[in-house]
Design a protein around this ligand. Structure first.
Ligand code: A3P
Length: 334
């Protein structure tokens, strides 16, 4: 089902599909075409729901929005934030009944665009209204295209980014893993050139980072900017900062009791990978079914070294450095 008749069951959504299909299109990395909207390349399937959310989502001051470029550690961030925010309700250590041990982080912290694509006849207001506060929601949307109600609502935005070289390598593996039967993966060298040209999911990646970076500098109480590399290096420290930012700092008693460490252990790659829902479950998004295990691979910093040449690395680093010059953000070459 794609475009419904005007006034039909899909009338709400079909307006956005029509708008999406009027935007410039080109083939990018992977198997779906991309649409260009205000300087960013969106996977075509996510364009209409993103536009629908932009126009109609009503943010609450208590909302927590997690924002990433795909393959920057979204799944990990979802798990950590869920673990932090709901730590009072569930036993973290020893117990086997924590929701993170029964469901994928993608079920517990839904993508906003997925809620919109599942409810095509009208905005998913009943679903969103029915979510208890604080609502945890995720987006890949560039800052400038976030729902108009988000900036100024007082809600918290947590942005996580990653060395673009590792993001590219992770993306390439992911696309290969999830490609529909019979379709081909973009050849490696071509995929790399497209990534360097910015034609990647929600790319250019450097503009995506710069948008959130700028906001985090302007409004540090509302937008927190994190890096995957720092999260790996000091997960417990970052999780404690995250809890403070979200308005639910760990108490001295919790710190002494090792609660931050317990959240981190619960969300570790090995622990998450061993959960049945993450190992054998399937994530349904739009017309795609993605095996949850595709979200858990190596989780290493610098895995790019095994896949891209020093020349390619230098090329991407130079582009990122050049594009971020003057922004105060430095990512390349670290
Ligand atoms: P690699 O492909 O480099 O291993 P996303 O969640 O945005 O799709 O990102 C997926 C990347 O995050 C993958 O990177 C994946 O292995 C890594 N990842 C998933 N869960 C993680 C965890 N609990 N800890 C660290 N990295 C994790």
């Amino acid at each position: 089902m794609v475009v419904g008749e005007s006034g039909g069951a899909d009338a709400f959504f079909s307006k956005y599909e029509a708008l999406a299909s009027s935007l410039p299109a080109r083939q990018g990395l992977g198997f779906t075409p991309y649409r260009e909207y205000h300087g960013f390349w969106y996977p075509e399937l996510l364009m209409a729901p993103t536009l629908a959310a932009r126009d109609t989502f009503a943010a609450r001051p208590t909302d927590v929005i997690l924002a990433t470029v795909p393959k920057s550690g979204t799944t990990w961030l979802k798990a950590l934030v869920y673990g932090v925010v709901h730590r009072g309700h569930h036993a973290l250590a020893g117990g086997e009944h924590h929701p993170l041990l029964a469901s994928s982080p993608h079920e517990l912290v839904p993508f906003l665009h997925e809620l919109y694509e599942r409810h095509r006849s009208a905005p998913p207001v009943p679903v969103l209204d029915g979510m208890p506060s604080p609502r945890l929601l995720a987006v890949h949307t560039p800052f400038a295209a976030l729902p108009a109600s988000v900036p100024g609502s007082g809600c918290r935005v947590v942005y996580l980014c990653r060395d673009p070289k590792d993001t590219f390598v992770s993306l390439r593996h992911f696309l290969d893993e999830i490609k529909p039967e019979g379709s081909d993966t973009t050849p490696f060298a071509e995929a790399f050139e497209l990534f360097c040209a910015g034609v990647s999911p929600f790319g250019p990646i450097w503009d995506h980072m710069a948008g959130y970076w700028k906001e985090s500098v302007a409004r540090p109480g509302e937008v927190m900017f994190l890096r995957y590399e720092h999260l790996k290096e000091d997960t417990v420290g970052t999780v404690r900062r995250l809890a403070e930012f979200l308005g639910c700092p760990f108490t001295d008693e919790e710190v002494v009791g090792g609660v931050p460490e317990a959240v981190v252990a619960l969300c570790s790659l090995d622990r998450m990978r061993s959960v049945e829902a993450n190992r054998d479950g399937v994530h349904r998004t739009g017309r795609l079914s993605i095996k949850n295990r595709a979200f858990f691979r190596k989780g290493e910093v610098g895995d790019w070294k095994a896949h891209i040449t020093p020349e390619m690395a230098q090329k991407l680093d130079s582009i990122v450095e050049e594009k971020l010059r003057g922004s105060g953000l430095s990512i390349a070459g670290e």
